[in-house]
Design a protein around this ligand. Structure first.
Ligand code: NAP
Length: 290
């Protein structure tokens, strides 16, 4: 890597941030395409967010990823919100266009691309998404226009209803919603093609938990789990045992990172290179990836 006086700086801000894979995957992509960009991680405490955003402007930091706990708080420091972030109410990517900061949310497009990589006929599919939090909002707004049917199931019914209503208002698409119970899931999965876990169920330290009883899993389902710690959740293990196709949280992470890369560079992201660099980095950390 050659750093010059014109090198464009990109960064991720969050707290904690030191375990982020973003520097690895973004630098691998910049290097592969020979771009004069470099990517680093900055730990920014909650109370320092305003200063960090001022820093982005005055130092001319070109692109940023924003992770917990700043995804919502950062909005008030931006000059413009892309539609992807406006709908979701959270930002994970910022572009600095000559001091004008534009916020995006690439979780929806990331999930869409991860799905398109294994299914070319999304427009014919029925998708069931579990959860109605930040990740589900981003994915649901994006998928509503791309699939035949979408059902949102959430523990708090009101939240699923609110999200379904917002999607209908913004995109005119009818989305079904319901509470998240064994019965509702069992009923909705009967004719579903794709199911997405957008809750933290199964995440470390509750690795023995799963949002979907294994008797509901079938070989003709695509099972997509956003959880990436552990990389192989109980849900994904049982889905594979049932013969289903699976997409894990790391693939999602790479595809949403690839979408950020494309916003900053205007170039197609080398997804395979980004995947490979993530696998190598995880192996260095002693974490197995299938
Ligand atoms: P969030 O905004 O806090 O939303 C959490 C959602 O999960 C809510 O709908 C909540 O339901 C539901 N939930 C939480 N615990 C539950 C339980 N025990 N039983 C049933 N439902 C439960 O979180 P988020 O940002 O959407 O993230 C969700 C998951 O996706 C996290 O594991 C996160 O790490 C992962 N994620 C991964 C990526 C990636 O790139 N791989 C990107 C984004 C997020 P209520 O409304 O009833 O509280």
């Amino acid at each position: 890597m050659r750093i010059t006086g014109k090198t464009r700086l990109c960064a991720v801000i969050g707290d904690p941030v030191e375990h982020s894979l973003s520097p690895t995957i973004q630098n691998a992509a910049f290097n592969y395409l020979g771009l004069d960009y470099v990517y680093v991680a900055f730990r920014v405490r909650l109370e320092d967010l305003e200063k960090a955003m001022l820093g982005m402007k005055v130092l001319g930091i070109y692109g940023m990823n924003v992770t917990m706990p700043h995804k919502i708080g950062v909005i008030k420091y931006l000059d413009e919100l892309d539609e992807s972030a406006r709908n979701v109410g959270a930002v994970n990517t910022i572009l600095n266009r000559d001091g004008h900061l534009i916020g995006y949310n690439t979780d929806g497009i990331g999930a869409l691309k991860a799905l398109k990589a294994i299914d070319r006929d999304l427009i014919k599919r029925k998708v069931v998404i579990i959860g109605a939090g930040g990740a589900s909002r981003a994915i649901s707004f994006t998928l509503a226009r791309e699939v035949a049917k979408l059902t949102i199931l959430n523990r708090t019914l009101k939240r699923a209803e609110r999200l379904a209503n917002e999607i209908r208002r913004v995109s005119g698409v009818d989305v079904k919603f319901g509470g998240f119970t064994y019965e509702s899931l069992s009923r909705e999965l009967e004719d579903a093609d794709i199911v997405i876990n957008a809750t933290p169920i199964g995440m470390h330290p509750n690795e023995e938990e799963t949002p979907i009883d294994k008797h509901l899993l079938r070989s003709d389902l695509i099972v997509f789990d956003l959880v990436y710690n552990p990389l192989e959740t109980r849900l994904l293990r049982e889905a594979r045992e049932a013969g289903a196709k699976t997409i894990d949280g790391l693939e999602m992470l790479i595809y949403q990172g690839a979408a950020s890369f494309e916003i900053w560079t205007g170039m197609k992201a080398p997804v395979e290179i980004m995947m490979e660099s993530a696998r190598e980095e995880l192996a260095r950390r002693g974490i197995r990836w299938r």
